[in-house]
Design a protein around this ligand. Structure first.
Ligand code: KG4
Ligand code: ZN
Length: 377
């Protein structure tokens, strides 16, 4: 049976709306996808300012939704063809999440459609399936400005977190170090450009969590060390390029070490033959990171897969697809009642924190001390 879902994303600094359709044979089509990036608005501050982000979502969401529906109509898909509305309901900047979720609720209520609250991380986890029918289980490395996690994706709604960051995300580390060096925002691409002419062996930077053999990440020590080198030893453009190359190498090394451990765990857990190693999130755009992870996947019997960049970074098509895949499963459950579900779904709440693998987050919390702020998810 064909399913068609409108997706809404507003958890960080991108406002996005999309219509996604899946036909009876499981073929997925992104019917329309529009994104409004707020990068320019935040660039002057060197990072995302939550209040500015929320306000911008409010200002743009109506027009974006209209545009996404217009584009869909040009392809013969109208609002009457929609089966559900999906919106990111966490984790993320709460003001922004509330804007998108409230919009989606209003739209769903007005059109008598069910609402599916989607975990933003689940959107990233399934984004690869927008273009390729990647089989479950697969190993996922999610590396963006907000997230840095390794997940075993066993099926829709069935995730096991193998590792996560105990402080910053990898993209956040790129951004913060770039800011210290006076490079633009977002810092990742700027740092990568600088690194091209740099010597990656020039500065020795610390390796994180050396005593541990698990798959967790940490980038705060690297950030502090890079700031110290920048202050004490960076005098010329060449020094700066060398530091950028050294930082990029250090981040790449950490990502690849943890990924390799996760590959071994994953193989032991699943016994899967040449499973996919999916790398999603903005950092997947980095050529050095990508090349190293491709090599690593091959060496460990995995198939390297990175979704096209437009689906790698924040977008609403991945939210629509995650909502669609979830809704399809829900409808098959015994005792599913469409009217009750529709009514109940409007009670979905926005969650600033929402681990994808709740069991693991409860049994092995990253931040054990009370009152301490945790990593993004
Ligand atoms: O997935 P994304 O667009 O947004 C979320 O954070 O959810 O990822 C953006 C992050 C930023 O931190 C940015 O600096 C980083 O991805 N990034 C890169 C590169 N392109 C984007 N980091 C390193 N090298 C790049 N070429
Ligand atoms: Zn994201």
């Amino acid at each position: 049976m064909t399913l068609c879902v409108l997706g809404v994303e507003s958890s960080c600094d991108e406002t996005a709306v999309s219509v996604v359709r899946r036909d009876a044979d499981g073929r997925v089509e992104v019917v329309s996808s529009v994104i409004h990036s707020q990068v320019v608005k935040h660039a002057v501050y060197g990072g995302v300012v939550p209040e500015i982000a929320a306000r911008s979502h409010v200002e743009t969401i109506d027009d974006l939704a209209r545009l996404a529906l217009e584009q869909a109509a040009n392809k013969g898909v109208t609002a009457d063809d929609l089966d559900a509305v999906a919106a990111t309901s966490g984790p993320g900047l709460i003001g922004g999440v509330m804007v998108g979720l409230s919009f989606a609720k209003g739209f769903a209520f007005a059109r008598n459609l069910p609402l599916i609250g989607v975990n933003h991380l689940e959107g990233h986890a399934l984004s690869v399936r927008l273009t390729e029918d990647v089989a479950f289980p697969f190993l996922l490395l999610l590396v963006s400005g907000g997230h840095c996690q390794l997940l075993a994706v066993r099926g829709v709604g069935d995730y096991q977190r193998l590792g996560t960051t105990i402080d910053d995300a990898a993209g956040e580390a790129f951004d913060k170090i770039a800011k210290t060096l006076g490079l633009g925002y977002p810092g990742g691409p700027a740092l990568e450009r600088e690194a091209v002419t740099g010597d990656a062996t020039r500065f020795e930077l610390p390796r994180a969590l050396l005593g541990r053999k698990d798959c967790d990440f940490s980038f705060s020590g690297l950030k502090t060390a890079a700031a110290r080198v920048a202050m004490e030893q960076v005098k010329t453009p060449q020094d700066r390029a060398d530091l950028c190359a050294s930082v990029q190498a250090a981040i790449t090394r950490q990502l690849s070490e943890r990924s390799e451990r996760a590959m071994k765990l994953f193989k032991d857990m699943t016994g899967a033959e040449r499973p996919a190693f999916v790398v999603a999130g903005g950092v997947a755009a980095n050529k050095t990171v990508r090349a190293r992870l491709t090599q690593l996947a091959e060496a460990n019997g995995f198939r390297f897969v990175a979704p096209p960049l437009e689906w790698c970074t924040d977008n609403a098509a991945m939210i629509a697809l995650a909502g669609l895949e979830r809704f399809a499963l829900l409808r098959e459950e015994a005792g599913f009642n469409a009217a009750d579900f529709r009514k109940e779904s409007l009670k979905t709440v926005a969650r600033p924190r929402w681990p994808l693998d709740e069991d693991r987050a409860i049994s092995a919390p990253i931040h054990k001390k009370s009152g301490r702020k945790g990593a993004k998810a």
